[in-house]
Design a binder for this molecule. Structure first.
Ligand code: ADP
Length: 169
């Protein structure tokens, strides 16, 4: 029996923290579906297509990882995929309350889903896509936080946004 897990998120953009979690999940599950949310209550910097493409490029060498996207309630997506496991990352205590609420709400919406939490390596425990965008907009070297292809995409996107007077999100 193939055991699959769905790892949903905004991935705006994918970071070494996300990749650390995917790598760990692959040692437990036969297949990990990384699912990019169209709408996550925030306006993303990268389009869905861009976020999917970046994820595909950085997970190309990882067998058993599939990149997809969804535009519905996450539990409806999980149900459609005939999956039972949803994967989320916990960086620090501050993630816990939101994730706890979401896991219980999702279970109420679809009793067949179990949310499994994983912790990243402590090296990535402080990493968030939001902070990386903020630091990138101020010219920080992002090579410790995101793969080179993502750093290049971020630089281009932020340069483009700056020339149009758009603040990073
Ligand atoms: P969200 O889905 O809440 O918009 P993200 O797309 O940034 O958040 O992240 C998707 C999932 O990955 C979330 O469960 C988040 O907690 C987790 N995550 C994000 N960054 C890291 C990290 N550095 N280490 C471990 N998990 C992370």
């Amino acid at each position: 029996m193939t055991i699959r897990a769905i790892y949903p998120g905004t991935f705006d953009p994918v970071t070494y923290g996300h990749l650390d979690l995917i790598t760990r999940a692959r040692t437990i599950f036969d297949e990990v579906i990384v699912a990019v949310a169209h709408h996550a209550g925030k306006v993303p910097l990268f389009s869905v297509q861009e976020r999917v493409q970046l994820l595909q490029r950085v997970t190309r060498q990882m067998p058993g990882v599939v990149v997809d996207h969804f535009d519905s309630l996450v539990v409806d997506y999980v149900r459609r995929k005939r999956c039972r496991v949803m994967l989320r990352g916990l960086r620090m205590l501050s993630d816990f309350e939101y994730e706890f609420q979401m896991a219980l709400t999702n279970r109420k919406l679809f009793d067949g889903v179990e949310t499994i939490f994983m912790m990243p390596s402590e090296a990535y425990a402080y990493l968030s896509a939001r902070l990386i965008k903020e630091a990138g907009a101020l010219g920080a070297d992002l090579s410790a936080f995101v793969p080179p292809v993502v750093a290049t995409a971020l630089r281009q996107k932020l340069r483009h946004g700056r020339s149009r007077g758009v603040a990073p999100r």
